[in-house]
Design a binder for this molecule. Structure first.
Ligand SMILES: NC(=O)c1ccc[n+]([C@@H]2O[C@H](COP(=O)([O-])OP(=O)(O)OC[C@H]3O[C@@H](n4cnc5c(N)ncnc54)[C@H](O)[C@@H]3O)[C@@H](O)[C@H]2O)c1
Ligand SMILES: [Fe+2]
Length: 405
């Protein structure tokens, strides 16, 4: 890696690093799952499996691929829930929990994107704990460890396969419930690039923006440290080098598909110890108010959050620019950081992503804008933004920039 991050004082003198998920990467790893579970994966005696997935994944033939691969091993699939909605739904989490309690599984397998993985994690929490989902919203509020979860991502974006978070949409309240606790962090993540082959181009683009935003958000996070920063910078480079080719040829180019899947996982590892800030605070809220695809919602917010934060962490965004491939001519960090934002906008355009929420039909009425301002200020990610968030004219302008008004 070239010198993309300058020597700067530590941002924090106090941090923990904990990434316990076993990561298995390779084409065909899902095909070999039954055999591998019987090897040294510590799944001995855990025979009853509950699988969570969704209709898009099923329609792409991936659920059958998994279920076929599990046949013949010592594991029995005792339940399948394949109806998870985009942006995991609170009521569905209860439905999954109820079905799982009927069959008392030993292991959970989530096969899908972030929506499926998060629905599975939340259901696993409810299955092993008394209480409502709302009781666990926040950090470290889960009492009992969940049963082991194996996550198999089919998008290259969220990194949820290695994180201690679950984000669930409450459609009645138009809000996202965010649960963070190590008690349900996946035991195993199986990264099989065969599974992202069927991802449509627009989802290749939008889910990759989530990975990119996690990496940039982790670099700028109030909790940033060099372990997460090193991983973030490499993830940014990988997305910058491969996204366009993935957008055009994801289904035929195994190399590029693999790199995107690894980069998304790396971004997950990075951000779970250095949570992103306003990019996700605003993105979560915009997604809840208007059901914007998560990657689009956070990716768009990131463009303007970087501008908003520039004065506080110009050296961070200069590093982002270098990782994106912007030439460093010795200009100031701020000038280089601004070029990084321009480079991001160009990249978005090349993969068909627009730059404002308005472009995706986000409502322009004043009530929705007010909700976006007020609700996003309450999002837990805001505490990690490098500039403190309160209702200032600058913050209101940031929200207007995201919407495009
Ligand atoms: N827990 C975390 O750490 C974390 C991090 C980031 C985002 N999230 C959450 O993840 C969710 C978004 O997940 P996502 O971006 O992966 O999208 P998604 O899971 O909502 O999937 C989007 C669509 O793609 C389809 N799809 C998925 N894989 C496919 C494949 N291989 N072939 C064809 N179609 C496929 C799905 O059926 C779905 O219709 C949001 O709810 C977000 O809040 C969680
Ligand atoms: Fe995200």
């Amino acid at each position: 890696m070239s010198l993309i991050h300058r020597n700067v004082p530590l941002a924090t003198m106090d941090f923990q690093w904990w990434n316990p998920t076993r990561i298995i990467f390779g084409e065909g790893k899902v095909r070999d799952l039954a055999d591998d579970l019987d090897l040294d994966w510590n799944f001995d005696g855990k025979e009853k499996v509950f699988v969570v997935s969704d209709q898009g994944v099923k329609g792409a033939g991936l659920l059958d691929y998994l279920l076929d691969s599990l046949k013949g091993g010592s594991r029995e699939v005792v339940g399948v829930f394949d109806q998870v909605l985009e942006e995991a739904d609170r009521d569905q989490v209860y439905e999954i929990t109820r079905k799982a309690k009927e069959v008392n599984p030993d292991v959970w397998i989530a096969l899908g994107g972030g929506s499926v993985m998060d629905a599975c994690k939340a259901a696993a929490v409810l299955e092993s704990n008394e209480g409502d989902l709302e009781d666990f919203v926040g950090l470290y509020l889960v009492e009992e460890e969940s049963k082991p979860i194996i996550c198999i991502p089919t998008t290259a974006g969220t990194g949820s396969e290695v994180t201690w978070g679950a984000v669930i949409m409450d459609r009645n309240e138009k809000t996202k419930l965010i649960i963070g606790d190590y008690k349900f962090i996946p035991k195993v993540a199986v990264l099989d690039p065969e599974l992202t082959r069927t991802l449509p181009a627009h989802l290749v683009a939008s889910t990759a923006l989530d990975a990119l935003t996690h990496s940039i958000g982790a670099l700028a996070s109030e909790d940033r440290q060099d372990l997460s920063s090193a991983i973030s910078l490499r993830a940014i480079e990988m997305v910058a080098d491969n996204l366009e080719e993935a957008y055009q040829n994801n289904s035929t180019n195994l190399d590029v598909r693999s790199k995107m899947l690894i980069a998304a996982c790396m971004a997950g590892i990075a951000f779970q110890t250095a949570l992103p800030g306003a990019d996700h605070g605003i993105g979560h809220t915009a997604g809840a108010l208007h059901e914007l695809q998560h990657g689009l919602a956070v990716g768009i917010a990131n463009l303007y959050a970087m501008e908003f934060n520039m004065k506080a962490v110009p050296h961070v965004y200069a590093s982002v620019a270098r990782a994106l491939g912007v030439k460093d001519d010795g200009q100031s960090d701020e000038a280089l950081g601004m070029k990084g934002i321009e480079r991001l906008k160009e990249l978005y355009t090349r993969v068909g992503v627009k730059h404002t929420y308005k472009d995706y039909g986000f409502p322009l009425d004043s009530e929705t804008m007010e909700n976006l301002i007020e609700q996003s200020m309450d999002d837990p990610c805001m505490a990690f933004n490098p500039v403190g968030i309160s209702r200032t004219p600058e913050f209101e302008q940031l929200i207007k920039n995201c919407i495009g008004v």
